[in-house]
Ligand binder design. Structure first.
Ligand code: CMC
Length: 379
């Protein structure tokens, strides 16, 4: 076996062979199962895309109908889970609530029958169906309200927005949200997917797999960045403040949220689509002044950091879209999780087919043969 040198952040180290998605970072291309994300964003739906990612092919009309129906039938959550969530502190972060609730599903459905196709199918359906319900339930309950029951007449995205806001969204709003879910559904190897795969490789249950991935996604360098982008735009406040703010960040070696990517060295193709969606939404619901600030931030960052290949990533415009859809800032990362669960499950399934437990190595840089110092001699 060839040994490679220690690579901080495992940069460039392959950890799997995968046929789920592909990124060309130089040319800004993203494909799911070989299909360009731009085409999917125009023609597909989140549920169809989830099917494509997980089962490796576009479903027939009948397969899609059955899959949708199965998901609709599992959207409710058990009252035990609701009661557990009612005990969560209202001030807790929704990602922590989601991680706990996702793990709790394992208490009810954990059989670890990983060799059985029906078990895999059930777990996929349950997680896709229940994660949005749990996110919306916590959002309601932390305000002292009962969760809103899923509405059987609404599709996946419209139903989620309905459970979150208790108001049926406009068709364009629901479609835009659905496209957001498609754009975030999968992105090759990244921190949360790797986390999911490491957990999956121990052959634990899929609820633990998703819970560990949710915990990893929560950090500000990964899924949490979209929340930070909105805080940054609020802090900047006016177009005139953009340039000095960005210059100060660069001077202080502070990362500008929503910019930069390990793989993309051009503007993230998802950021381009999200920007178009934001503009369509503003036509429906009115202009957002933060968008003007965002455009100026993008211009100044491109000018100052473009030569280093630092451009807007997926998180830069998603927050503006979510805000216009009436979604609270601390729910932005859970939106990412609702969507990425499709990618995590695709990798879980792929991992199971060729599983070997992850057990990497380390480079030990500590001491050897040290004496045990008695307590009274320590300082
Ligand atoms: N603002 C300013 N400088 C940056 C940024 C940024 N956002 N991103 C990278 N750089 C600079 C960095 O300072 C370093 O410069 P130098 O070589 O002079 O020290 C160089 O670019 C390489 O940065 P790195 O941190 O080594 O790059 P990485 O591949 O380890 O990190 C990243 C990638 C996404 C974590 C990083 O770009 C970042 O922290 N961005 C801000 C947070 C963010 O938007 N995250 C969302 C990522 S996309 C969605 C997702 O994956 O969840």
């Amino acid at each position: 076996m060839a040994f490679c040198e220690y690579q901080p952040g495992l940069e460039g180290v392959p950890v799997a062979q995968s046929s789920i998605s592909f990124v060309d970072g130089k040319n800004g291309i993203l494909e799911y199962r070989g299909i360009n994300i731009e085409e999917l964003a125009q023609k597909s739906t989140f549920i169809e895309t989830a099917y494509l990612l997980i089962w490796g092919k576009l479903p027939t009309k009948e397969e899609l109908l059955i899959f949708q129906e199965e998901i609709n039938n599992h959207r409710r959550i058990k009252y035990h889970i609701r009661d557990m969530m009612k005990c969560f502190p209202e001030s807790g972060h929704p990602m922590d609530a989601l991680q706990t609730s996702a793990a709790a599903l394992g208490l009810f459905y954990s059989r670890r029958a990983l060799a059985k196709d029906e078990y895999i199918r059930d777990a996929v359906v349950r997680l896709l169906a229940k994660i949005p319900t749990m996110v919306a339930a916590f959002a309601q309950m932390r305000n002292g309200n009962d969760p809103v029951k899923p509405n059987d007449n609404l599709n996946y995205s419209a139903n989620f927005l309905y459970m979150l806001t208790e108001k049926e969204p406009e068709p364009l709003e629901a479609r835009i949200f659905d496209v957001c879910l498609m754009l975030h559904a999968e992105h090759t190897m990244n921190a949360s997917t790797f986390s999911a795969m490491v957990t999956a490789s121990t052959l634990t249950d899929p609820y633990a797999v998703v819970a560990s991935a949710v915990g990893t996604l929560a950090g500000p360098l990964h899924g949490g960045a979209n929340e930070e982008v909105l805080s940054m735009l609020e802090e900047i406040g006016t177009i005139e403040n953009v340039r000095p703010y960005i210059e100060k960040c660069i001077e202080n070696k502070q990362k500008i949220m929503g910019f930069g990517h390990r793989v993309y060295k051009v503007k993230d193709p998802r950021a381009k689509i999200l920007q178009q969606l934001a503009e369509r939404l503003f036509e429906l619901t009115g202009h957002d002044d933060y968008y003007d600030i965002a455009l100026e931030v993008e211009k100044v960052v491109a000018e100052k950091l473009g030569t280093k290949g630092i451009y807007a990533n997926v998180d830069f415009y998603s927050g503006l879209v979510y805000r216009k859809l009436g979604i609270k800032t601390d729910l932005f990362t859970p939106m990412f999780a609702i969507s990425r669960v499709a990618g995590w499950l695709a990798h879980w399934k792929e991992q199971l087919a060729v599983n070997r437990i992850f057990r990497p190595t380390q480079v030990y840089i500590g001491e050897h043969n040290q004496p045990y110092i008695p307590m009274e001699e320590r300082f």
